[in-house]
Design a protein around this ligand. Structure first.
Ligand code: ZN
Length: 365
């Protein structure tokens, strides 16, 4: 709704984040400026595994204190519903800790959080030589515990060389389906390994990343009605020149979602307006396609059928007033715009996010 003094939109539905973690990983950003690539940093014990070591050393309350201002920063840039994944624990006690933090912050904060179990995010160092034994642990111990405690709505797997093979991903996701969880995949992020095809075959609700999806993968997503969740900030941060083929996906009739991938390694940015700017400037999306993808598209990627991500009678009154001259002007300003006002379920909120980018607060004061 274009109105006097601004544009009123539904709140963003950010359908892919890793927003609960410990310390930031600024040092890896610096290494990448000097030429180190993602795989090299991971092999040197950095990347996801650095966050795993950090999360394992922290208490649940300390992770609450780290995550709270960061989630409020998502809200400050207009996100009123966010999916959040585990995946920095990689053993049950720590995966459980992350999922409990997501549940507690969902109850505490004025934005809705949708929890996803991502036990198969990386192979932890203690299983480095026997990844199939780690998959056994995820399937036989973690997934039953996730289901028993009702701690997640979705199960996700990172299918990519260096993470998990399509066969391993299939084992995890078929088990997750038996436990009643919805299915998501990190698929074809850097190389085509058949992740999109696997998502289509298993009836996943979304396939995410897709920087290297094949034409066959696009056709399979369209036929199966899988939402394509695109995460351009990650490829931007990694210095990639090639983005996911948003135009081909849209033209094939695939529902597209845009999300931040907010995480301490490759997307330490909670600002959805920046994602929309990248989608329009680099991926050929029309501003209105990008706005749909960041609202109703995100809701589709999370299976939220309550009208979320739309402005219509009966939908949750999650509203954001943007101080821009038109809908199309929002991505035009390349992310440098913040909401004038935010309402969550009809109640005005004014999130305090100013400590989001500092070091993790110390509980000792
Ligand atoms: Zn991710």
């Amino acid at each position: 709704v274009e109105c006097d003094g601004g544009v009123l939109l539904p709140g963003w539905v950010d359908s892919h984040t890793h927003a609960v973690f410990g310390r930031w990983r600024v040092e890896e950003f610096v290494l990448r400026t000097q030429g180190a690539d993602y795989g090299e940093i991971l092999r040197r014990g950095g990347g996801i595994l650095a966050s795993v070591a950090d999360v394992r050393a922290r208490s649940e309350d300390e992770l609450m204190a780290c995550a709270r201002p960061r989630l409020l920063a998502l809200l400050a840039w207009g996100t009123t519903t966010a999916e959040v994944k585990s995946g920095y624990g990689l053993r049950w006690e720590d995966e459980r800790k992350l999922l409990r933090v997501i549940a507690r912050l969902d109850a505490e904060l004025p934005l809705d959080l949708v929890p996803t179990f991502l036990g198969a995010h990386a192979v932890p160092s203690e299983f480095a030589d026997r990844p199939d034994a780690y998959v056994d642990l995820v399937v036989e111990e973690m997934l039953p515990a996730v289901a028993a405690e009702g701690l997640a709505r979705f199960c996700d797997v990172f299918v990519e060389p260096g993470a998990f093979t399509p066969a391993q991903g299939r084992r995890v996701l078929e088990a997750a389906r038996r436990w009643g969880l919805g299915l998501k995949l990190h698929a074809d992020e850097f190389v085509h390994s058949g992740g999109a095809e696997l998502a289509a075959e298993l009836g996943a609700i979304s396939a995410d990343h897709l920087g290297a999806v094949s034409d066959e993968g696009i056709a399979a997503l369209a036929r199966a009605g899988v939402v394509a969740t695109l995460l351009p900030l990650t490829l931007f941060a990694l210095g990639q020149r090639r983005y996911a083929p948003a135009r081909a996906l849209l033209d094939a009739g695939v529902e597209v979602a845009l999300a931040t991938d907010f995480n301490p390694g490759t997307a330490p940015c909670p600002a959805m307006p920046w994602v929309l700017a990248a989608a329009c400037a680099q991926m050929g999306m029309h501003p209105r396609e990008a706005i749909r993808a960041a609202t109703a598209g995100g809701a589709a990627a999370l299976g939220l059928g309550d009208g979320r991500g739309t402005l219509r009678p009966g939908a949750p009154a999650d509203l954001v007033l943007w101080p821009v001259e038109s809908v199309d002007a929002l991505p035009y300003h390349l992310g440098a715009v913040m909401p004038r006002a935010i309402w969550k379920r009809g109640a005005r909120v004014a999130p305090d996010w100013l400590s989001a980018f500092g070091p993790c607060p110390s509980l000792e004061g």
